[in-house]
Ligand binder design. Structure first.
Ligand code: GUN
Length: 302
């Protein structure tokens, strides 16, 4: 019988990030700069609403300037662009995030391009993606990949030279995480698999680290995981549960009960990657404020 797995505690690591950020925020405030984040929510998807509320709450706890803009589901592209352009011009706002996914009539790419690279704390702007690919640290890296990397590092998982298999190829997690992990200095050997991949279990079975970001509850089963692997579960899926107080439970992309006993370490859901995504958003907002104060606010646009 192998040892029980280490549970990777995302809340504890997030607290460590906040402790570091508090010092940096105090230093910026001493220079007269309060980092400011605007979060835009379009429509009333309950999960998106909950995320936006958490982001706003964390800003306030850290003493950041927070603007929460809630727009109706029928908001047009033109109206949204006008709001985003106003926030882009506002010197009290250093970071802007439009909660994804927006309603169908919204062209997300056009909105990200309009908000520009310097305030793109999501790291979704083409220039920030290019900088990630180039290994240029002046850009913004998407929050969830950053959070996954920090969790691995804080858990003492050696990523350099390790085979990391990323499940999922989204622009929010899979693709940027692969770019991040293969950077010089991080040095993972990365394989990206997705819903169309053949022989998926054979590939995941060769992984030292599996990152599940495929968006399907319980997708990763015991047969996918090699004994002693590390598993990072990015999924946050609501599944109906009449016995739960809210009528649903949050579960990850990993079938935790059968996978955990095989692993050396695993993140729980909730309490794993989720808290880290918010922590890294706060870190990116502080970085945006710092860059703007050093006159490099356009750094991301050079
Ligand atoms: N929806 C789920 N995760 C994210 C994220 O990191 N950023 C944005 N903007 N929307 C999301």
């Amino acid at each position: 019988m192998s040892n029980p797995p280490d549970l990777i505690d995302g809340r504890a690591v997030a607290e460590k990030v906040y402790a570091e950020l508090r010092g940096e925020i105090a230093a910026l405030k001493a220079e007269g700069i309060t980092p400011g984040l605007a979060v835009v929510l379009i429509g009333d998807d309950p999960a998106s609403r909950a995320y936006v509320r958490s982001k706003d709450k964390m800003c306030r706890e850290l003493g950041l300037h927070s603007v929460k803009l809630e727009l109706p589901a029928e908001t047009t592209q033109t109206d949204l662009l006008a709001h985003v352009e106003e926030l882009t011009r506002d010197p009290a706002i250093h970071g802007i995030l439009v909660q994804s996914p927006p309603p169908k009539q919204i062209d997300e790419g056009a909105i990200v391009r309009a908000l520009g690279p310097a305030k793109d704390v999501d790291g979704f702007h083409p220039l920030n993606i290019a900088k990630l690919a180039l290994g240029d640290a002046s850009g913004f890296v998407p929050c969830t990949p950053l959070g996954c990397l920090r969790l691995l590092r804080e858990s003492g998982v050696a990523v350099s030279g390790a085979h990391v298999v990323v499940l999922g190829r989204s622009m929010i997690v899979g693709k940027p995480l692969a770019l991040l992990l293969m950077q010089k200095g991080i040095d993972a050997t990365v394989t990206v698999v997705h819903s169309r991949t053949r022989h998926l279990a054979e590939i995941t079975h060769t992984a030292d680290v599996i990152v599940a970001a495929i968006g399907q509850a319980g997708f990763v089963r015991a047969e996918h995981v090699r004994e002693g692997a590390v598993v990072i579960d990015v999924g946050i899926n609501r599944v109906e549960d009449a016995a739960a107080p809210r009528g649903y439970r949050l579960v990850g992309d990993v079938a935790f009960d059968e996978v955990a006993p095989k692993t050396a370490a695993i993140t729980p859901v909730p309490g794993g990657v989720g808290p880290m995504t918010i922590a890294m958003l706060m870190a990116n907002t502080v970085k945006a404020a710092r860059l703007s104060s050093s006159g490099a606010g356009g750094a991301a646009s050079r």
